[in-house]
Design a protein around this ligand. Structure first.
Ligand SMILES: C[S@@+](CC[C@H](N)C(=O)[O-])C[C@H]1O[C@@H](n2cnc3c(N)ncnc32)[C@H](O)[C@@H]1O
Length: 239
């Protein structure tokens, strides 16, 4: 398990993050990439599943351990009831689901469009001896009718990945917002952590049907006399 990286990627430091999710894009916008495709993620998690089976290593935690603590701390501060329904969108290895369940959340669901990711999550959850976490292979851009009514939706790096899709990412981002509106309850919270989008850009992307509830502090970097945040972590509320 990688620790400590809170710089936009899973354990690989700032440089790894930039390579991994196209973080730190320039003014030209996104360069479409394989990182936005199901094939890429399925291959990643197939490899990570093998590593987990051989060595017990759970693999990358996007934005590091601190990103999970930050979200759980926020839920604690706002007294989110432990029986609130929580959806992790694009759960990857499902490690955040494990953290939520260990904290005491009893209605936790993870979805991912990569079957290997869901298989890996299932193996990790089983090894942890947790039985009440729900897992589903779902494409969030085309969610099943069963996926609805969540109090909390979480996204760590999934909107970033979708933004890199080589096939009409603009449309896919719009579809993401529609899906989010469908699955989240009115007044429900959406917690997003991103390294590809600034706070202002995220406000714009989620301006329809969502309002900013809180910005969560993330580490600042400074370089060449300029400073800023490499990761944005925002909480939106569905209006
Ligand atoms: C950068 S990884 C982040 C994984 C995890 N959230 C974490 O924090 O470790 C992006 C994840 O989003 C998933 N993903 C991308 N597009 C998706 C979609 N349309 N529907 C469901 N999952 C998707 C990928 O398979 C991958 O697991």
């Amino acid at each position: 398990m990688n620790e400590g990286a809170d710089d936009g990627g899973g354990g690989g430091g700032a440089e790894g993050a930039a390579r991994s999710l196209g973080c730190g894009r320039g003014g030209d916008g996104f360069v479409p990439s394989a990182l936005g495709t199901r094939e890429h993620w399925d291959a990643v998690y197939k490899r990570e599943l093998q590593t987990f089976q051989e060595y017990g290593d759970t693999g990358e935690i996007w934005f590091g351990e601190e990103s999970m603590t930050r979200l759980i701390r926020w839920m604690q501060k706002h007294k989110i009831p432990l029986d609130a329904s929580v959806l992790d969108i694009g759960t990857g290895n499902g490690v955040f689901l494990v953290e939520l369940a260990k904290f005491g959340f009893s209605d936790v669901t993870g979805i991912d469009y990569s079957p290997s990711a869901i298989q890996l999550s299932g193996s990790i959850i089983e090894k942890e001896g947790l039985s009440n976490i729900k897992l589903k292979v779902e494409d969030f851009l085309n969610p099943s009718t069963k996926l609805f009514g969540f109090h909390i939706c979480i996204d760590k790096g999934t909107f970033d990945a979708i933004s890199l899709n080589p096939d009409n990412a603009v449309e896919k981002r719009k579809q993401y917002v529609k899906s989010l509106s469908r699955v989240l309850k009115v007044k429900g919270f959406f917690l997003i952590t991103s390294c590809n989008w600034t706070k202002e850009e995220l406000l714009d992307e989620f301006s329809e049907g969502f309002e900013l509830f809180e910005e969560l502090p993330t580490p600042k970097f400074s370089f060449g006399g300029r400073s800023g945040n490499s990761v944005a972590a925002l909480v939106f509320q569905k209006t």
